[in-house]
Design a protein around this ligand. Structure first.
Ligand SMILES: NC(=O)c1ccc[n+]([C@@H]2O[C@H](COP(=O)([O-])OP(=O)(O)OC[C@H]3O[C@@H](n4cnc5c(N)ncnc54)[C@H](O)[C@@H]3O)[C@@H](O)[C@H]2O)c1
Length: 353
């Protein structure tokens, strides 16, 4: 039985509370939130659990593990203090608000011999695991590109942009699908339409090893709720549609090949051949990803194993987010009209204009 404390019970925290409450190997002994109102709501549901508005009381208690579900800007301070208090930590995604902060937390956890895990929920999603095993089996052939879209109308955040809010999911899914790979290069474009200086839509492109081109589109300003990852391979294509009630993964036996060229020079016969076969829908075991994640955290504490979404994995995702965010802020300007063009003449060493 591992004693757990939870800091933050806004939107996501109560889901962690429910899961740790239900898992037999854990006992939630204390919950903290700045809001007395939130704590009262939780107390009505779980009367036996102590509550406090001062997280320091939680850190001073005998809990072995702390779960942090507070806004991103608070992660670094809370994780650091929890580790220094000797607690194992599960922190919600993303690990921290910068690479520098994330790296420090990883090193600190390692030096103290404590488990540091990041809540990359999708890495524990049976559908994502299935997609990864399909890719690894070679069924899709060589992976050409991956396209991810996470769109909806809202929920707008005031202190972080849509990239930091939603893209941790897609970057973690994609890196997980590609066996933990990191991109060689990331570029991105973002725009803020509703809240000044807070991007509500971001288009990011990443170039992963083995020429895998990745596109991540995240938006709080879209008419449709979309949570989709498309993987296009040389032999087959697969779509993970998380909005679908059932049949979350479809494998399309579709491909394009170029038959042996005939002819020469201008007369090369270039006719692509399109193949369309069956669509298969693999069975996905029914299990709540967050429950698997919480159980994994407890197992890692008990065994000393490194979590699947360890702090170091979290650091990779923060690096990707930071690179994409920087790319958004350094947007190259496209000149719509050429207003003036005066060639520079160089004659006899003199520059004329
Ligand atoms: N894995 C997922 O799918 C998923 C989904 C949503 C949110 N999240 C993550 O969960 C975290 C929280 O997001 P949310 O949507 O629940 O935010 P929220 O604003 O709804 O809740 C945050 C809560 O933390 C509390 N808090 C802030 N500072 C505190 C402190 N020092 N001590 C105690 N309580 C404090 C606030 O009072 C608030 O109740 C974020 O990191 C977010 O990225 C993850």
């Amino acid at each position: 039985m591992i004693k757990v404390g939870i800091i933050g019970c806004g939107y996501w925290g109560p889901k962690l509370i429910r899961n740790f409450y239900e898992i037999p190997q854990s006992e939630i002994s204390i919950i903290s939130d700045l809001s007395r109102e939130r704590l009262n709501t939780i107390a009505q549901l779980y009367g036996s659990i102590a509550t406090t508005q001062d997280y320091q009381q939680l850190l001073d208690s005998d809990v072995e593990a702390v779960c942090i579900a507070t806004p991103i800007r608070t992660h670094y301070k809370l994780v650091k203090e929890a580790l220094l208090a000797g607690k194992h930590v599960l922190v919600e995604k993303p690990l921290a608000a910068s690479t520098e902060e994330a790296l420090e937390l990883c090193i600190l956890a390692d030096n103290l011999g404590l488990t540091l895990m990041v809540g990359h929920t999708f890495e524990y999603n049976p559908a994502v695991e299935k997609l990864r095993s399909i890719i690894q089996s070679g069924e899709l052939g060589e992976i050409f590109y991956i396209d991810a879209a996470r769109l909806n109308l809202g929920l707008f955040q005031k202190d972080i942009n849509v990239l930091w809010d939603l893209a941790p999911h897609d970057f973690s899914i994609i890196s997980f699908l590609l066996d933990g790979a990191e991109p060689d290069f990331i570029t991105a474009r973002g725009a803020s339409h509703i809240i000044p200086n807070i991007y509500d839509v971001v288009f990011s492109e990443a170039y992963f090893p083995n020429n895998v081109l990745v596109n991540v589109h995240v938006s709080w300003l879209d008419p449709c709720k979309v949570r989709r990852v498309t993987v296009v391979g040389s032999q087959k294509m697969a779509v993970f549609n998380d909005v679908a009630e059932a049949e979350k993964i479809r494998i399309y036996d579709k491909k394009v090949t170029i038959p042996q060229e005939t002819g020469t020079g201008e007369f090369i016969n270039f006719t692509p051949s399109y193949f369309t076969g069956d669509i298969t829908i693999p069975r996905i075991p029914a299990a709540e990803p967050l429950k698997i994640e919480c159980q994994h955290f407890l197992d890692c504490i008990a065994t000393g194993n490194v979590p699947r979404s360890s702090g170091w994995v979290g650091l990779k995702i923060v690096r990707m987010l930071e690179a994409a965010d920087r790319a958004c802020k350094a947007q190259p300007v496209y000149t719509h009209t050429v207003t003036q063009y005066r060639p520079t003449l160089v004659a006899n060493g003199n520059t004329g204009a």
